[in-house]
Design a protein around this ligand. Structure first.
Ligand code: SF4
Ligand code: SF4
Length: 303
């Protein structure tokens, strides 16, 4: 089988697995300017308490060091947009844990590849030192907007990214190197924490970071700027004109359960640990845990 045929079959299988996009890039070290920008961002402390982002820099900057023998990176995007969502939680956290959903699909893709050609690979989804958005641009899936999200032309920003690092050569896609935001600044203007600027994002001011990753007391203004959102924030996505193309996702595991959808403000204020465990059994919300969610509720809903 030729490399072209193999690549076409891999992309066809990704589609059958319900993945919106699949692009492929060669595994190689990132250019010096990308590395420099990342190092400056860390040096300025913009990663807040996410110290893991500063670790394994060499592996983050060179995929071949993360997975020995890796030649190609297959990048996939799973749509998570839905209008049937609890307004208290970010869109991405409505259903089951996306890490597992995307990795399962990548493992199925690897199994399929092995029916065509022997290959060894490792799957990642927001789970290792991987420059996911950069790789997605290199794999031609989309471009990175001022909101620091990957924008997929004609589809918007509500996508989980996953990567399959693999030890075979494939056909490579043309990278998306340009930013197409033009004169738009809607996300920068809409950001309640003023976390976005032309230079990038300062996580320390971002409600997603503060309500999910940050473990300390929240800044006093959090209650005023968060509205009624207690887990994450989607404003820089909801104002983005590219999201007028967003369509309902196709993955039942990402659907919110009826109990979650029925929760009102009083239910959240009275949330017990037992109910939290039932509501978020297989959810990414487990990442912050009951105590942090209750901290958010106290600052944001109980003010
Ligand atoms: S998630 Fe919210 S707080 Fe964070 S950058 Fe986007 S709009 Fe700003
Ligand atoms: S809102 Fe405007 S500036 Fe922000 S990412 Fe979307 S197009 Fe770019």
């Amino acid at each position: 089988m030729s490399r072209q045929q193999l690549t076409a079959l891999i992309k066809q299988k990704a589609k059958e697995l319900g993945l919106h996009s699949c692009g492929i890039t060669r595994a190689k070290a990132v250019p010096e300017e990308v590395r420099h920008k990342f190092e400056q961002w860390i040096a300025a402390g913009c990663n807040g308490e996410m110290s893991y982002m500063a670790r394994n820099l060499e592996k983050r900057m060179n995929p071949a060091l993360l997975v020995e023998g890796c030649k190609s990176i297959i990048v996939v995007a799973q749509n998570y947009y839905t209008e049937k969502a609890s307004p208290q939680l970010s869109q991405y956290a409505q259903g089951s844990d996306y890490h597992k959903i995307v990795k399962d699909k990548l493992h199925q893709l690897l199994e399929y590849i092995n029916t065509l050609h022997p290959a060894r690979g490792r799957a990642f989804c927001d789970s290792a030192p991987v420059l996911e958005r950069y790789l997605a641009t290199q794999a031609g899936i989309g471009w990175c907007g001022r909101n620091r999200q990957l924008i997929i032309p004609g589809a918007g920003t509500h996508f989980f990214l996953g990567e399959l690092f693999i030890d075979i050569e494939l056909e490579y896609d043309t990278p998306c190197t340009e930013q197409h935001c033009g004169n738009c600044r809607a996300c920068i203007e809409a950001c309640p924490g003023k976390a976005l600027s032309e230079e990038g994002i300062d996580a320390r001011r971002c409600l997603s970071y503060l309500t999910i990753e940050y473990r300390g007391e929240l800044p006093q203004e959090t209650g005023e700027i968060a509205g009624t959102g207690i887990y994450g924030c989607d404003r820089c996505q909801s104002v983005c004109p590219h999201n007028k193309f967003a369509c309902q996702h196709n993955e039942p595991l990402l659907d919110a359960n009826e109990e979650l959808l029925s929760m009102g403000i009083e239910d959240w204020k009275n949330l017990t640990e037992e109910r939290f465990d039932n509501l978020f059994k297989d959810s990414a919300v487990q990442r912050c845990g009951y105590n942090i969610l209750m901290r958010n509720i106290k600052y944001i809903l109980d003010k």
